[in-house]
Write a protein that binds this ligand. Structure first.
Ligand code: NAP
Ligand code: MG
Length: 491
C-alpha cells in the first residue's frame, strides 16, 4: 500500500481548472413566476460556493404571498394553456428543453459545481447528461400516455408542488419537472436554499424554449417556503425529495387533503461483497458507491458488508485506492472529492464520525491536504462496525464508509435488511444465481449487481420503509403524476 501512496505523489497532476467565464451570472436573482423573474417578498439570502465560502449571488426569498402568486400562476397555466395542449405539443417543449440543456451543458455543469461543491467531472459527465436524458425520455412519453398501461385516457392531476434537496440540484429538478410536464401538470418547484443557481439558469432555459408562462414556476427560499408550498390548498400533488424527518412532517400535513404524494427520503444502503466477487471491480464499486458526490447520495452504499474471508484483502485494497483520490477545487478536472455542501452538513458528518469512534469502530482517514477555506471532509472508513452502531444506522450523508462482515448469504441478507431504510443495495458476486437469490430477499427499491449508483431515466427509483413511497423514473414515474381512470382531482 505504501508503495502505491508514494507513487501517487510522483504522479501529481498539474491543476486543470474549468473556466467560469462561460457563466453569465446576475448579481441577484428573483423568483421565476409566470414566465418572468420577479422580486420576492421575503428577506433575500446569499448562495455561496462551499469550496471558497465566497458569495456567488443574492437570491430572492419567497414568502407565503409569493407562494400563493406562484401557485395561482401554475393554476392559470394549467387551466388555460397546458391542459389544452396535445401530448405531442407538450412533448415538443420537453424535447426543446432537453436540447437546450445539452447546448448549455458546460455552463450548467460549472454553475452546479460552483454552487454545490461537487467535482466538475461529476456534474459534467453525470448530472447534466442525466438531466438531458430525463427530459428526452419523458418527452417521448408525452403523446403515449394512453399506452402506458395506466388505464384509458389517464389525466393530469393539476398543479404539482415540488421540493428538492441540495445534493443533485438540477438532476432532482429534472426528475420532478420532466414527468410532471409530460403527464400534463403544471409545476411550482423549490430548490434547496444552498443550491438554487442551476435551477435559476434552468428558468432562463425555459424562457429560451418559450415554454408558456406559468407552466413551471421556480421559487427560492428555505424550509418555510417549502412548507408554505406543500401546504398550499390549491396544489393537487406534492413531490418531495429530502430527509426522512421533513418527509414525515409533510406526510402528516397533507394527510386527508386529497393531495397525491410521493416521498423520496433517506437511505442506508448495504453494498454486499461475496468472496467470489471480482475484487478489484468491487473496490471500484465500493468507492463509487460511497465517495461519489462526497457521499451526499441518498442511495449511497454507506454500509459495506464484506464476507469475512476476504475482509482484510478488500479493506487493504480500498485504503490503497482511497489514498490515490484527489480532494480539492471542485472546478479542477482532476478532482475526485469536492467540497461538503455546507458548514451545517460538515458539522453533522464530524459529529456522527466522532460518535462512530466513541462507539468503538476503527477509524481510518485518507491522507489528503485539506484547503484552508471551505468545507471539507477526507474520505473515511470505519472498520469493525457493529450493526447497532449509530454510524451503521443513521445516514451520515458524507464520505464515510462503515465496514461490517458476514459469513453466510443468510447473514448478509439479515444484516442488509436490519435498517429502518430501504432505498438501495448492491451485490457483488461472480455467480448470477446467487445475485438473484439474494436480491429477491433484500428490502430495497433499487438493487445493483456488480455495479453501483447507476441511473437511467427508464428505470424506476424509490424506496421502502423510511426511505419513502412512490417511484420516480420510468413508466412508474408517470403514474405518480396521473389520475386513475374516471376521476380527477384537478379543478
Ligand atoms: P431536507 O432538509 O429534508 O430538505 C429538502 C428540501 O426540503 C429542501 O429544499 C428544504 O429547504 C426543504 N424543506 C425543509 N424543511 C421543510 C418543510 N418543513 N417543509 C417543506 N420543505 C422543507 O433534506 P436535505 O438535508 O436538503 O437533503 C438531504 C436528504 O435528502 C438526505 O436525507 C437524503 O437521503 C435525501 N435525499 C433523498 C433522495 C431520494 O431520492 N430518496 C435523493 C436525494 C436526497 P432548504 O434546503 O432550503 O432548507
Ligand atoms: Mg451554494
Amino acid at each position: 500500500m505504501t508503495d502505491i501512496v508514494k507513487k501517487s505523489s510522483f504522479l501529481d497532476y498539474a491543476p486543470a481548472p474549468e473556466s467560469t467565464s462561460i457563466l453569465h451570472l446576475q448579481k441577484s436573482y428573483g423568483l421565476f413566476i409566470d414566465g418572468e423573474f420577479v422580486k420576492g417578498h421575503g428577506k433575500s439570502f446569499q448562495t455561496i460556493s462551499p469550496s471558497t465560502e465566497k458569495t456567488i449571488a443574492e437570491i430572492a426569498n419567497a414568502n407565503a404571498k409569493d407562494v400563493d402568486t406562484a401557485v395561482a400562476a401554475a393554476r392559470r397555466a394549467y387551466d388555460r394553456t397546458w391542459s389544452k395542449l396535445s401530448g405531442a405539443d407538450r412533448g415538443k417543449y420537453l424535447f426543446r428543453i432537453a436540447r437546450l440543456v445539452q447546448e448549455r451543458a458546460r455552463e450548467l455543469a460549472v454553475a452546479e459545481s460552483l454552487d454545490n461543491g461537487k467535482p466538475i467531472k461529476e456534474s459534467r459527465d453525470v448530472d447534466v447528461p442525466l438531466v438531458a436524458a430525463w427530459f428526452f425520455y419523458y418527452a417521448g412519453w408525452a403523446d403515449k400516455l394512453d399506452y402506458a398501461g395506466l388505464g384509458p385516457s389517464p389525466r393530469a392531476l393539476g398543479v404539482a408542488a415540488q421540493v428538492i434537496p441540495w445534493n443533485f440540484p438540477l438532476l432532482m429538478l429534472a426528475w420532478k419537472v420532466a414527468p410532471a410536464l409530460a403527464a400534463g401538470n403544471t409545476v411550482v418547484i423549490k430548490p434547496a436554499e444552498t443550491t438554487p443557481l442551476s435551477a435559476l439558469i434552468f428558468a432562463e432555459i425555459l424562457q429560451q424554449a418559450e415554454l408558456p408562462a406559468g407552466v413551471v414556476n421556480i421559487i427560492t427560499g428555505a424550509g418555510d417556503t417549502g412548507e408554505a408550498l406543500v401546504n398550499h390548498p390549491d396544489v393537487n400533488k406534492v413531490a418531495f425529495t429530502g430527509s426522512t424527518g421533513v418527509g414525515r412532517a409533510i406526510a402528516k400535513s397533507v394527510a386527508g387533503t386529497g393531495k397525491k404524494v410521493t416521498l423520496e427520503l433517506g437511505g442506508k444502503a448495504a453494498n454486499i461483497v461475496f468472496d467470489d466477487a471480482p475484487i478489484d471491480q468491487a473496490v471500484e464499486g465500493i468507492v463509487n458507491g460511497i465517495f461519489f458526490n462526497q457521499g451526499h447520495v441518498c442511495c449511497a452504499g454507506s454500509r459495506l458488508l464484506v464476507q469475512e474471508s476476504i475482509h482484510d484483502d478488500v479493506v487493504e485494497r480500498l485504503k490503497s485506492r482511497l489514498s490515490t483520490l484527489r480532494l480539492g477545487d471542485p472546478l479542477d478536472k482532476n478532482t475526485d472529492i469536492g467540497a461538503i455542501n455546507s458548514r451545517e452538513q460538515l458539522e453533522r458528518i464530524r459529529t456522527l464520525s466522532d460518535i462512530g469512534e466513541k462507539e468503538g469502530a476503527d477509524r481510518w482517514t485518507a491522507d489528503c491536504v485539506i484547503p484552508d477555506k471551505g468545507f471539507w471532509f477526507a474520505p473515511t472508513i470505519f472498520d469493525n462496525v457493529s450493526t447497532s452502531s449509530t454510524i451503521a444506522r443513521e445516514e451520515v450523508f458524507g464520505p464515510v464508509l462503515s465496514v461490517l462482515t458476514f459469513r453466510t448469504p443468510a447473514e448478509a441478507i439479515a444484516k442488509a435488511n436490519n435498517t429502518p431504510y430501504g432505498l438501495s443495495a448492491g451485490i457483488w458476486s461472480d455467480k448470477g444465481s446467487k445475485i438473484l437469490a439474494v436480491a429477491d430477499q433484500l428490502r430495497a427499491g433499487v438493487i445493483w449487481a456488480n455495479t453501483f449508483n447507476r441511473f437511467d431515466p427508464s428505470s424506476p427509483f424509490g424506496g421502502y420503509k423510511e426511505s419513502g413511497y412512490g417511484r420516480e423514473g420510468g413508466r412508474h414515474g408517470l403514474a405518480a403524476y396521473l389520475e386513475s381512470a374516471g376521476w380527477s382531482a384537478a379543478k
